[in-house]
Ligand binder design. Structure first.
Ligand code: NDP
Length: 445
């Protein structure tokens, strides 16, 4: 890091949070971008230090009973990172890889992402090392109820508003919200987002992260005089973000030729059959092999390779953190990829980002590119607060406007600090200054 004050701040973060590699990586990326800000605005130094320390970290036991009557114990987390701009806001992740370092990296990123949307939401994140894969409906329900039996005392419409993330979709949100309602005896719709349409959800929330990522890329392409029309696109993942990214790319005239899950990736030169993919993944909770088997000729499965070897114009990592490494970035560059944008949180390693930058590939960081999900969550909160419900078309237009606003804010800020076209610097600096100004106004709290 060029700035010695920022370097010593980073060293302190590493020393105070040992073993939390993903959190260190997320902090480092932001601090790297803040060098020109620190030079221009020394008053921000103490804010940066405070920002790296969560306001509150909650870790709790989640006991539940499985179908064979065995008592199981998982660990629950909620990190309430920063509430300068509004209630803590960020999803819950249920995945065996979850530990404090993952939740902190996600919560830290969420602060800047939420600030970038321009909406009144702070940053937080939570989850558990629970693995829903292979669990029965009853087991998932009992786990969610036990998780909420502790979490309910920490959340609220004006305090902390969770949503979904990996492993937490509509089904889990239903069980979690149902238990919150039961314990508190309050129909407090604004305490959770990603709810079902019948009970306080918003149109477009399910689609928002994937759609928003594609809207963001559309702006990136426009900025260099291009469009999605006729483009080959590769999307990793086959979950909520990936499926809706695929849908929007196809609507805009591109063709998604590959997608994946943790069992491998499928190449389908005709374009991924979205109806079949959703049937296999969302209804049957099956694997990519099931898609290939049903799709027949033309599609094939690769179970031990990298999806980034598939030639494409646009690459959208939409699965998980650090899934696109240096070798993958080199393959994308070699195959002439024009744009990479992160539907997932931190899917690109720092070494991969360096390769893409060096080659002049336009890069949209997750903080900006995938902010459509949380932005639409904030729209869901607005609808809940006013007991209103907006149409799909109106909500999608709002999402489009928000994504265009984020895109322009990134570019304008990057320009202002002398780093034209650097979306990473633009997103980090614009998000940071927005939060930092509020924190300065509040004094030392
Ligand atoms: P889902 O659980 O719906 O889907 C995740 C997908 O990624 C699944 O297909 C999963 O495959 C795949 N995956 C997970 N881990 C790996 C791995 N190690 N290798 C290959 N594939 C993997 O989650 P979401 O779509 O909601 O989230 C995806 C990413 O987007 C995450 O980084 C999340 O933080 C981020 N995000 C999500 C938002 C949202 O609104 N949902 C908002 C903003 C960001 P399998 O089923 O086999 O595990």
């Amino acid at each position: 890091m060029v700035d010695p004050t920022l370097q010593s701040l980073f060293d302190e973060v590493v020393a105070r949070n040992p073993g939390e590699d993903e959190f260190h990586q997320a902090v480092r990326e932001v601090l790297d971008s803040l060098t020109p800000v620190a030079g221009k605005h020394p008053e921000y130094a103490s804010v940066i230090q405070r920002l790296c320390e969560p306001e509150r970290q909650i870790i709790f036991r989640v006991p539940w009973v499985d179908d064979s009557n065995t008592v199981r114990i998982n660990r629950g987390f909620r990190v309430e990172f920063n509430s300068a701009l509004g209630p803590y806001k960020g999803g819950l992740r249920f995945h065996p890889s979850v530990y404090l370092g993952i939740v902190k990296f996600l919560g830290f990123e969420q602060i800047f992402k939420n600030a970038l949307t321009g909406l009144p939401i702070g940053g937080g994140k939570g989850g558990s090392d629970f693995d829903p894969k292979g669990c029965s409906e009853g087991e998932v329900m009992r786990f969610c109820q036990s998780y909420m039996t502790e979490l309910y005392r920490h959340i609220g419409e004006y305090t902390d508003v969770p949503a979904g993330d990996i492993g937490v979709g509509g089904r889990e949100v239903g069980y979690l919200f149902g238990q919150y309602k039961r314990i508190t005896n309050r129909y407090e719709s604004g305490v959770f987002t990603g709810k079902g349409m019948a009970w306080g959800g918003s149109q477009v929330r399910t689609e928002a992260t994937g759609f928003g990522t594609v809207f963001f890329v559309e702006e990136m392409l426009k900025a260099s005089g291009q469009s999605f029309d006729g483009r080959r696109v590769v999307v990793s993942g086959a979950g909520n973000v990936a499926v809706h990214a695929i849908e929007k790319v196809h609507q805009l005239g591109g063709t998604v030729v590959a997608c994946s899950d943790s069992s491998g990736y499928v190449v389908d030169e005709e374009g991924i059959d979205l109806g079949l993919l959703r049937q296999v993944k969302e209804v049957e909770r099956g694997r990519m092999a099931d898609y290939v088997e049903r799709r027949g000729q033309g599609a094939h499965l690769v179970s031990d390779g990298s999806i980034w070897d598939v030639p494409c114009d646009v690459a959208l990592p939409c699965a998980t953190q650090n899934e696109l490494d240096e070798r993958a970035a080199s393959a994308l560059v070699h195959n002439g990829c024009l744009v990479v944008a992160e539907g997932a949180n931190m899917p690109t390693t720092p070494a991969a980002l360096a390769v893409l930058r060096e080659a002049g590939v336009r890069f949209g960081p997750g903080k900006a590119a995938n902010a459509g999900g949380v932005a639409t969550s904030a729209l869901e909160m607005q609808q809940n607060a006013s007991r209103d419900s907006w149409s799909f078309e109106y909500t999608e237009n709002r999402l489009g406007e928000i994504m265009r606003g984020i895109h322009d804010r990134c570019l304008e800020t990057a320009d202002e600090y002398g780093m034209p076209d650097d979306y990473v610097a633009g997103a980090n600096i614009a998000g940071f200054t927005h939060v930092a100004d509020a924190m300065l106004a509040f004094g030392v709290i």
